[in-house]
Write a new protein. Structure first.
Length: 95
């Protein structure tokens, strides 16, 4: 499954502070259709992401009816993006 979407970067101070982008409703619905086949526990969805020239493997976190894409510091630094920026992500989920 391959999708491209845009979203705003936000900082979450939870138990593990991190920056995220939430999936829009349409993308959330697409992910939900493949989730039972690919989730490895707690609803986590493994995927490969691309932001600009940077590609990385991660797991999307289910939260409040959406999925959150974690943005590592090295990704944000490499692509010169931060809190509040709207970014376009390419997501690949191996089904």
């Amino acid at each position: 499954m391959d999708v491209t979407f845009s979203g705003e970067i936000f900082y979450w101070r939870g138990p593990s502070p991190f920056h995220f982008v939430a999936t829009p409703d349409a993308v959330t619905e697409q992910i939900a259709t493949v989730a039972p086949k690919v989730s490895y526990g707690w609803g986590m969805i493994p995927g490969t992401l691309r932001l600009g020239d940077t590609e990385w493997d991660t797991a999307l976190w289910p939260k409040d009816g959406r999925y959150l894409v974690p943005l590592r510091d090295k990704v944000r630094t490499a692509e010169a993006v931060d809190d509040g920026d709207v970014v376009t992500l390419e997501l690949h989920i191996e089904v």
